[in-house]
Design a protein around this ligand. Structure first.
Ligand SMILES: Nc1nc2c(ncn2[C@@H]2O[C@H](COP(=O)(O)OP(=O)(O)OP(=O)(O)O)[C@@H](O)[C@H]2O)c(=O)[nH]1
Ligand SMILES: [Mg+2]
Ligand SMILES: [Zn+2]
Ligand SMILES: [Zn+2]
Length: 473
């Protein structure tokens, strides 16, 4: 009888265990079938994607379908897996506290493990397909707009130059016209492709095409206001010793651009605004007036800029001319302080012929020039210093060329008795080495004469070297 009882007990136990396992399997199946949807609860709270925060962190509302949807996908999957693990722990705890049998535990664990992974895999896949279908048009638009913007900016060589610290950059920091918040990277991206919404609620354009450049902007380096943004430009630096005529040259070029060239209708030029025009005109008047203090004017400005249309097409460019006091060329460190040499499109090297010993020795100087102060400047040494400084600044090896054109301008020819070309003149005064150095170290070179730059109204030939360099730059 006892044996019967024992057998019966065993059978009941086995049946209970099988039943428990079955119950566990069913329970596990049901639980893990919706853990992916429970996972959604844990991801929908944060409004920003980590990637956008890390890359941009802009004061703008982020669009869901750019980065955030895939971060949510990943987080949902991880949350669902964590919920399944939590359910297994619950069963283990129940077993410890004798609220469930071993069969139920084993059934539930196996079921959650197997079906949990299958369910999560399937839901993940469906979720992935849905968000990818929805976001594809966004990425296609992003790709098209970004490429159009890139091609345009490369073709037109657009850039932004800070007239305070002379830094050059593609896109400045733009300000929201409503709240003044700084958008450091106002480009197509997670905040919007063509426009974005600032956190103050104002919609602002995020491409050049949609009018970004009309917003106020500041320099990313010194935070000064920048007036002209993302425009094609030509940047020309004037090099030369003290009193070689750099500032006079710039005044003459700008003056001639406005008077003769624009009348011949080859190239249209414009001042940036009326106050720039007034200040230039008063400067020219002072230059023509013998009694005025030119020294004070020289301090006044180091960067000149005018709009110009090219001769061949009508697109507007901005011409930047960088002046610098001659004393800054006395040392390599003085040259390397002028960071804009890193991006200039060409340089003009001014020579005062009165500094060349042979000019004096060969009696080439006119009598009336005898009162002129002759600075003790060696043009060979100055050129060496400039080449070394420029190569160091731009990271160019000593035996490599500087990839921009150079126009060498021999100035003050109104004081010299000479009829011939500029190159022949340099050869006559034994400066062949100078010519060779110029030719070896720069992408292209040309030699010019200018004269009478001290009085703006005369024919000076100043436009010729400028036009040459603009055609090469
Ligand atoms: N005769 C004559 N004098 C000139 C000519 N060009 C410049 N000068 C005079 O040379 C002097 C120096 O001219 P600037 O234009 O101030 O020379 P700079 O190279 O700018 O001088 P720093 O800025 O001090 O390095 C001025 O007195 C000018 O009037 C020229 O073509 N002929
Ligand atoms: Mg000067
Ligand atoms: Zn705003
Ligand atoms: Zn700046």
């Amino acid at each position: 009888m006892d044996r019967m009882g024992e057998v019966l007990e065993k059978v009941v136990k086995v049946l209970a265990s099988v039943g428990g396992t079955f119950v566990g399997i069913v329970e596990g199946f049901i639980k893990c079938s919706y853990s992916y949807f429970k996972g959604i609860k844990y991801i929908s709270y944060n409004k920003y994607s980590l990637k956008a925060k890390e890359e941009f962190d802009e004061p703008a509302e982020e669009k869901y379908f750019f980065y955030k949807q895939y971060e949510d996908l990943k987080n949902d999957y991880l949350s669902a897996a964590a919920i399944n693990k939590g359910n297994i722990l619950v069963y283990k705890k129940m077993k410890q506290e004798n609220h469930c049998g071993l069969g139920r535990l084993k059934g539930a664990v196996a079921s959650i493990y197997v079906f949990g992974n299958i369910f999560n895999g399937i839901y993940f896949f469906i979720h992935f397909i849905i968000i990818t279908i929805i976001s594809s048009p966004v990425y296609i638009l992003y790709f098209i707009i970004k490429n159009i913007e890139n091609v345009r900016s490369n073709r037109e060589n657009t850039g932004t130059i800070c007239t305070h610290c002379y830094s050059k950059f593609n896109i400045p920091y733009y300000l929201c016209p409503n709240c003044g918040r700084i958008h450091k990277s106002l480009v197509p991206g997670p905040y919007g492709i063509i426009k974005r919404k600032c956190i103050c609620g104002k919609e602002i354009p995020s491409t050049n095409m949609s009018g970004r450049h009309k917003l106020s902007a500041v320099c990313p380096v010194c935070l000064s206001k920048v007036e002209i943004k993302e425009m094609p430009s030509a940047c020309i630096a004037i090099i030369g010793g003290e009193d070689s005529g750099k500032t006079s040259f710039i005044h003459s070029v700008i003056h001639d651009f406005f008077s003769c060239i624009s009348k011949e209708n080859k190239r249209k030029v414009e001042f940036l605004n009326s106050s720039e025009e007034e200040s230039f005109n008063s400067m020219v008047q002072c230059t023509n007036n013998e009694n005025s203090n030119l020294e004070a004017l020289k301090e006044h400005k180091n960067l000149y800029n005018v709009f110009m249309n090219s001769e061949t097409n009508s697109s507007k460019k901005i011409l930047y001319i960088y002046d610098n006091k001659g004393e800054n060329f006395n040392s390599i460190s003085g040259i390397m302080r002028q960071k804009y040499y890193k991006y200039v499109d060409g340089v003009i090297f001014m020579i005062d012929p009165l500094c060349i010993d042979k000019v004096i020795e060969c009696d080439l100087v006119k009598n009336e020039a005898e009162n002129y102060i002759k600075k003790d400047i060696n043009i060979d040494d100055l050129l060496d210093r400039f080449i070394i400084g420029m190569k160091k600044l731009c990271g160019i090896k000593a035996d490599e060329i500087i990839n921009i054109p150079i126009a060498v301008v021999i100035n003050k020819m109104d004081l010299i008795n000479y009829n011939g070309t500029a190159v022949d003149f340099l050869k006559l005064v034994r400066e062949e080495k100078f010519i060779r150095k110029v030719q070896y170290n720069f992408l292209s070179s040309e030699f010019f004469f200018t004269n009478n730059l001290n009085s703006i109204s005369n024919k000076t030939n100043a436009v010729e070297p400028m036009e040459w360099i603009l055609s090469k730059a």
